[in-house]
Design a protein around this ligand. Structure first.
Ligand code: URA
Length: 238
């Protein structure tokens, strides 16, 4: 890869700034001043620094979003606002997509990435990635209904859900449910199977990731290095 491409892709410098920085001797490749912005570098092996700081190469981008109400989990939609529209323009050009869907009115943790392999593995039914959702329901859940939902309940299309865990609030009107699968509108349909109705739903964890309480609805941030490596370890050790 060209050095100036590396510098712009990592968000360090634009192509024209790269030229100036290289000529000023501010860009080092493996400790030596780079000769030209067009020189070839290997982002995986070469140590490249600018102004004394080593630049971390990100092959893929991972973003944690606190999804607000009213946005659909898609990259494009003719009618609805998409979660991608919550990101700055620069990020909208990076082929990011939501790793798993949340309904238009579901809130909370959403991972956006352009790492297709990781997303594929995390979403694969074989991997049973755990997801926790905070929910509220219209009618109080009884102990019997909770038991049915936890053991496996039959949805409107005849599918029997895998075991889940419910930590119900004392009044039964909500709680936290942990799922290890992700069927279409699963929690809504699970509650319908016990003649109840979801009134609010928020995802609070996805595998090793937790919703960052410091992000307001609609806000996002990059995953930290620890979160990124936790995701990769989670994926490979299953
Ligand atoms: N289950 C649902 O019903 N909706 C979601 O958005 C996620 C899980």
């Amino acid at each position: 890869m060209r050095l100036d491409k590396f510098l712009s892709e990592t968000g360090t410098l634009s192509r024209s700034e790269s030229g100036r920085a290289v000529r000023a001797g501010k860009v080092l490749v493996n400790g030596r001043a780079a000769k030209s912005p067009s020189e070839q570098v290997d982002p995986e092996r070469d140590v490249i620094s600018y102004g004394g700081e080593t630049i971390r190469y990100r092959r893929f981008t991972y973003i944690l979003l606190n999804k607000p109400d009213g946005y659909v989990s898609a990259t494009e939609d003719g009618r609805e606002k998409t979660v991608l529209e919550l990101l700055p323009e620069k990020l909208q050009k990076m082929s990011l997509f939501p790793c798993g869907r949340l309904d238009k009115h579901t809130l909370g943790l959403m991972l956006l990435t352009n790492d297709g392999q990781l997303a594929h593995d995390l979403l694969s039914p074989r991997h049973h990635v755990a997801k926790k959702y905070r929910f509220s329901v219209k009618f109080p859940l009884t102990a019997e209904e909770i038991n049915q939902l936890e053991k496996g309940t039959v949805l409107d299309d005849g599918y029997e859900t895998k075991p889940s865990v419910i930590e119900a609030d004392p009044d039964g009107r909500g709680g936290v449910i942990t799922l290890i699968e992700g069927k279409y509108h699963q929690i809504k349909r699970m509650m319908e199977s016990v003649h109840n109705q979801i009134t609010a739903l928020e995802r609070i964890t996805f595998g090793p990731l937790s919703l960052d309480e410091s992000l307001a609805r609609g806000e996002w941030r990059y995953l930290t290095e620890e979160e990124e490596s936790a995701l990769h370890t989670y994926q490979t050790h299953r």
